[in-house]
Structures are given as structure tokens and as C-alpha cells.
Design a protein around this ligand. Structure first.
Ligand SMILES: [Zn+2]
Ligand SMILES: [Zn+2]
Length: 184
């Protein structure tokens, strides 16, 4: 049965064959800063395409691709049968996209945390303060400050690491509350 809550785009390219784009993942919504993630149906591999490149050729909308084969009826019949068969597996493809996307997002946030932790160490070293580690913020605390005292930039709400010494949520520059009173 057709699932009307799905929002997908089916396509065909000479290089990849049948491909599917799931617009329910953040990366595939207009305005996302990174490229689109398509799934190649033949081997269930996600691959990235720049927004600018997503147009024919090489990225044909599947029904248009089939339509374009009308001068070759036998090829068109094969393509049409292939597409109809593959479309019935849409839920499987969408699940696969979401599974792989989750892994990508987890790897990215892990990398972001590691980079921030390194900046935090460097920040503390520059202030001659001992590094006592960072921990994940389990629940968002209300913070009085909206700007970082060190770099003056607005604090990034997506950061969920805090300094074990002072309990402040880290700024993207690596600063916490350590050294705050001494310098101001
Ligand atoms: Zn800062
Ligand atoms: Zn601190």
C-alpha cells in the first residue's frame, strides 16, 4: 500500500542507475548547507551530490527518463518494468537511508566534540589552568550569559559539552567559565 507520508524523488543516471532521494532527512531539505544524499538502489550506497549538479543530465527524474526512451520501445519496456519493481521496495530504501544517515550524523557530532575538547584544552593551557575533562550535558541549563566572555560571539545552543571544573557549557572557541573572574 502506498505510504503518503513519504516524500521521495526517484531518478536515473547513467553512472548510478536507479537512485532515490528521501526529502524527510534534514540534509535533503532546501537550504541545507551540505550536498544532497542519494541512495543508489543497486548496492544501497549513499552518495553526495551538490545542489547545483542535481539536474538532467545526468540526474533524470525517473518518469522523464522512461519517457525519453520512447524511440526505443524495447529498452523503454525494460526500464519501465525495472522501475516498477524497484519502486515497490521504497520502504526498504527509505529505512536504509535513515539508518546510514544516523551513522553519518553520529560520526559528525563525535568529531565535533573531539575538536571542541581539543580547543578547550588549548584554552585552559593558555590560562595556565589544569584540564579536568569535559562531560556531556544531560539537560540544558539556563544560562545567564548569551555571549562568550572570551571570544564575544553568541553561544552555540547545539553544544552539549561542559567543563568539569566550572560546570559551564563550552563555547565553540573552547572557553568555559574558568579564568572568567581573573580577567574581567
Ligand atoms: Zn567563545
Ligand atoms: Zn571551566
Amino acid at each position: 500500500m502506498a505510504d503518503t507520508t513519504r516524500d521521495t524523488w526517484w531518478g536515473y543516471t547513467e553512472e548510478h542507475g536507479w537512485i532515490i532521494l528521501d526529502r524527510t532527512i534534514e540534509r535533503n531539505v532546501a537550504g541545507a548547507s551540505k550536498g544532497l544524499l542519494f541512495l543508489r538502489c543497486s548496492d544501497l550506497k549513499l552518495f553526495e551530490v551538490d545542489w547545483d549538479e542535481w539536474c538532467p543530465p545526468p540526474y533524470f527524474y525517473a518518469p522523464n527518463y522512461i519517457e525519453s526512451l520512447k524511440s526505443n520501445p524495447s529498452k523503454q519496456a525494460v526500464a519501465s518494468a525495472e522501475f516498477n519493481a524497484i519502486k515497490t521496495q521504497e520502504p526498504k530504501f527509505c529505512d536504509e537511508i535513515h539508518r546510514q544517515y544516523k551513522d553519518i550524523m553520529e560520526a559528525e557530532s563525535k568529531k565535533k566534540r573531539q575538536e571542541l575538547e581539543k580547543k578547550h584544552r588549548t584554552f585552559l593551557e593558555s590560562k595556565n589552568i589544569i584540564y579536568r575533562g569535559v562531560s556531556c550535558v544531560s539537560e540544558k541549563k539556563h544560562t545567564r550569559v548569551t555571549h562568550c566572555w572570551n571570544c564575544k560571539n553568541p553561544l552555540d545552543n547545539s553544544i552539549d559539552l561542559e567543563c568539569k571544573s566550572c560546570g559551564w557549557i563550552l563555547c565553540s572557541c573552547g572557553a568555559c567559565g574558568c579564568g572568567y573572574n581573573k580577567t574581567i
